[in-house]
Design a protein around this ligand. Structure first.
Ligand SMILES: N[C@@H](CCC(=O)N[C@@H](CS)C(=O)NCC(=O)O)C(=O)O
Length: 338
């Protein structure tokens, strides 16, 4: 009896394993669109524009996955999630990918049943204060009240840093992004602490007089931000991972949304593989060989997406810094498609 139930249990697990392995791509294809978990609205990364259309660096990753699968970057839907809701939404299958300024940590990448296919923005945690506070360094924050959002890695990072630097502070914590922003804007706390990208976005898009605020020079952590998928579906993991690397490789090779058609006749073998002129690399992912062509044509390469959403061509004007390509002194290093 025991042996039989063991056999049945093993069989059930094997079947469940087999079905989850192939299922996300099939589910997405049958449904006709990919579902991405986003923030509730965080300009530059994931937020609706004036027409209600979602835009941002993270949205471009979601659109790129849609372009790779359907040859149509518009085949995506968003589920807005606050910091605390995001992991359960992914675990439960409510979303296919989390594309939302999420720090890759060992705990998240292992124990939560989810995993990280890559990093699309290298960041660090920082501090923003009103200029009127008269503070120019994080070292002067002893005694401050600090606003934070629940369910972020920022809470623990701040606690560790404050203990190490003998800084006493009072945390003021809220579940919803808007509540944190409003508390800071109304002076309920002296300091806003989150990822530097978040501070740049909040300063420009959420505070009525951005020039009244400064972001302090210190970054107190590494915050590698990137997408997450569920564990147990290697094909889906690969699709998201290689979508990101296609964006990065396209930038490295100088393939852009405006020259991609011309590049189809390039004699460079790496470009021929990227754009599906040489066959087989889409097939490796269970996709059409034109997967990366569609990404670049419809969404653009990583640099185009960075500039448009958060960089020089956007109000945030975040410098490329660590997010520059490896051959220009940054950390982005597209893995070779070959
Ligand atoms: N990178 C950190 C923080 C990410 C985070 O959730 N930041 C907040 C503050 S900027 C946010 O994006 N909130 C938007 C929302 O809840 O809609 C993490 O992964 O825990």
């Amino acid at each position: 009896m025991k042996t039989l139930s063991l056999v049945i249990t093993t069989l059930a697990f094997t079947l469940a394993g087999t079905s989850t392995q192939a299922s996300t791509l099939d589910t997405v294809k049958q449904r006709g669109h990919v579902i991405c978990g986003t923030t509730t609205g965080f300009a530059g990364f994931s937020a609706p524009d004036s027409k209600g259309e979602w835009q941002g660096l993270d949205i471009d990753l979601c659109k790129s996955v849609a372009a790779a699968i359907f040859g149509d970057a518009s085949k995506f839907k968003t589920v807005p999630l606050n910091s605390q809701q995001r992991f359960t939404a992914l675990q439960s299958g409510e979303i296919d990918i989390l594309t939302r300024n999420t720090t890759v940590t060992q705990q998240r990448d292992t124990a939560l049943g989810i995993q990280s296919p890559g990093v699309n923005f290298y960041d660090g945690q920082g501090f923003m204060v009103a200029k009127s506070l008269g503070v120019s360094s994080a070292k002067e924050l002893d005694g401050a009240t600090i606003c934070l959002q629940t369910g972020t890695s920022n809470e623990n990072t701040l606690a560790d840093w404050a203990r190490a630097n003998k800084i006493n502070y009072t945390p003021v914590v809220f579940d919803q992004f808007n509540e944190v922003v409003n508390a800071f804007a109304s002076g309920r706390c002296d300091v806003y602490s989150t990822d530097a990208s978040g501070l740049a976005s909040i300063r420009i898009s959420r505070l009525s007089n951005p020039n009244d605020y400064i972001v302090l020079p210190e970054l107190i952590s590494k915050e590698p931000l990137g997408p997450f998928v569920r564990q147990g579906d290697d094909q889906w993991f690969n699709i998201v991972k290689w979508t990101l690397h296609a964006q990065l490789n396209a930038e490295e090779m100088g393939v852009t949304s405006s020259n991609v058609d011309k590049q189809l006749t390039s004699t460079n073998p790496a470009i021929q593989r990227l754009l599906g002129v040489t066959e087989g690399f889409g097939k490796n992912l269970g996709l059409d060989d034109k997967w990366a062509y569609h990404i670049v044509k419809q969404v653009g390469n990583y640099g185009e997406s960075f500039d448009r959403n958060v960089g020089a061509k956007s109000p945030l004007n975040i410098p490329r810094g660590l997010n520059q390509q490896w051959f220009k002194g940054g950390l982005h290093y597209g893995l070779p498609i070959r």
